[in-house]
Design a protein around this ligand. Structure first.
Ligand code: MN
Ligand code: MN
Length: 482
């Protein structure tokens, strides 16, 4: 090769660098210090996953973490000052945590919103029955699941039972090594000829999601009506003090009994139940706790419930309760009653990250994705300008200006990011809470951690994405419009 050819090649490479753009894998085994920080962070994250298997438990865990870091319960009628760290629990299933900034609250807050509910099985109002000498519990699934994934696997029972006397009993059975677990039976392959001809959505049907709960009858002989069910009810009454009537009003959730684990020879991934969307909840919470203070703009982290069923309900993102907390905080900081238009302006000047997981590209199921427009495990926090389905139906579709502002902020602070879509066009789709904040008039964009096997009993995230998402949230809280 002569010198001229070499020069030409160099110029083309220079041009390519200048003009083209792509996202890169972020693992850097040579950076030992960061490797350690990533592994340590994820160790704590796994604990959070194990502690918070339901929305209620995650909120309890979050409050514990916040209080240990100097946060106190927000009192509506008390003033708030710069540097104050407060939280407000929302009916035990959602949470707003805040660090008060030094700036005029009317200039807007920086918010991160994630959800802490995950797909699961809920007990029906009348769950318990006996059949053929077994005691079982009827369930109704919550959120989008592949029902067959829930059979023939150990399950735990979590929730609250409120007794006739108004006493609340918290249940968590199946997590400790010597706890019993529960399960949903599947058919043996020997007799599965008809079952195996069914489509996957019918292999295990909704009314077949029956949880095996016992098989020792009440002593006294087989004249006793429903003696198997009575045997379990007696045990529950003796052990916990509640009756079948109390089960009617209870909220009991059946979740995988497995603990979060490191995945892979190199332990580079976290496997566990409920990472959608507790991975974003945890990283956001940690970012708020660790953010360098004083913050200029007040930072808010909102943990919503009910995302998996459409964000309805008093604890879901559609509830007016959440902007109401924000408005009350503005009043507490201002020390006077803001006008309606001031409050609306405040919402419009606020900036938000709608923090939810995305689908990591899965080489085993590559055909559902556009590889150029999918997010990948190992490339950091994933931004989604829009979500939705069938021609972007049901999306908030962030403005170019806002998308650019947020990503420029990250780049200026050396935080990598990536972007993609949820699968190929018309392959399916999904939604998040972003649309509900944009309904209020707030600038918002979706972002979060890519997940493999999303909505399964064992979801997978890359540890470096978890860590880099935390870094991104920290930068956003510290520096967005500050
Ligand atoms: Mn989600
Ligand atoms: Mn989900």
């Amino acid at each position: 090769m002569n010198q001229e050819e070499d020069k030409k090649k160099e110029e083309i490479e220079e041009l390519r660098k200048q003009l083209t753009f792509s996202f890169k894998n972020l693992w850097d085994p040579e950076n030992e210090e960061e490797m350690q920080a990533i592994m340590d962070f994820n160790q704590d994250y796994k604990v959070a996953l194990d502690r918070g298997k339901t929305e209620r438990e995650f909120v309890d865990y979050a409050i514990e973490l916040l209080e240990a870091n100097g946060y106190r319960a927000y009192e509506t009628d008390k003033p708030l000052a710069a540097g104050d760290r407060v939280y407000e629990a929302v009916h035990g299933k959602a949470l707003v945590a805040a660090v008060i900034g030094t700036a005029d609250p009317l200039d807007g807050f920086n918010l991160i919103g994630a959800h802490v509910d995950s797909p699961r099985l809920d007990l029906k109002p009348n769950p318990m029955y006996e059949s053929d000498e077994l005691t079982l519990l009827k369930t109704h699934y919550y959120g989008g699941i592949k029902k067959y994934q829930w059979a023939a696997t150990p399950l735990a029972l979590h929730g609250v039972v409120i007794t006739r006397d108004g006493e609340t009993i918290s249940l968590s059975i199946g997590e400790e090594a010597d706890d019993p677990v529960f399960t949903i039976t599947d058919l043996l392959p020997h007799l599965g000829a008809d079952q195996m001809k069914k489509t996957a959505s019918q292999v295990i049907e909704g009314e077949e999601l029956n949880v095996l709960a016992g098989s020792i009858p009440l002593p006294g002989g087989d004249d006793i009506k429903e003696r198997f069910k009575l045997g379990v009810l007696k045990l529950l009454f003796d052990q916990y003090g509640f009756t079948e009537r109390d089960l009617v009003t209870a909220e009991i959730e059946i979740v995988p009994a497995t603990k979060a684990r490191c995945v892979g020879f190199d332990r580079s991934m976290v496997g566990g139940y409920g990472q959608d969307d507790r991975v974003c909840a945890y990283t956001a919470l940690k970012a708020l706790i660790d953010a360098d203070t004083p913050l200029k703009r007040t930072g808010l982290v909102i943990l919503y419930d009910k995302e998996e069923t459409g964000s309805g309900g008093i604890t879901g993102a559609r509830s007016q309760l959440f902007p109401s907390v924000q408005k009350r905080m503005v009043r507490s900081i201002l020390g006077r009653e803001p006008s309606a238009i001031e409050l609306q302006d405040q919402i419009e000047k606020s900036t938000m990250l709608s923090s939810d997981v995305s689908n990591a590209f899965d080489p085993t199921f590559a055909s559902v994705s556009d590889p150029k427009n999918n997010t990948y495990a190992g490339r950091g926090i994933a931004f989604f300008k829009y979500t939705g389905a069938r021609g972007k139906g049901g999306t908030s579709d962030a403005n170019a200006e806002y998308f650019n502002e947020v990503t420029r902020l990250l780049e200026a602070n050396d935080v990598p990011w990536q972007t993609g879509e949820l699968g190929k066009v018309d392959q399916g789709g999904g939604g998040t809470v972003a649309i509900y904040q944009s309904d209020l008039g707030m600038s918002v964009i979706d972002c979060g951690v890519p997940v493999l096997s999303m909505h399964s009993c064992f979801e997978i995230t890359s540890k470096i994405d978890v860590y880099k998402t935390y870094e991104a949230y920290k930068v956003f809280l510290e520096k967005m419009r500050s």
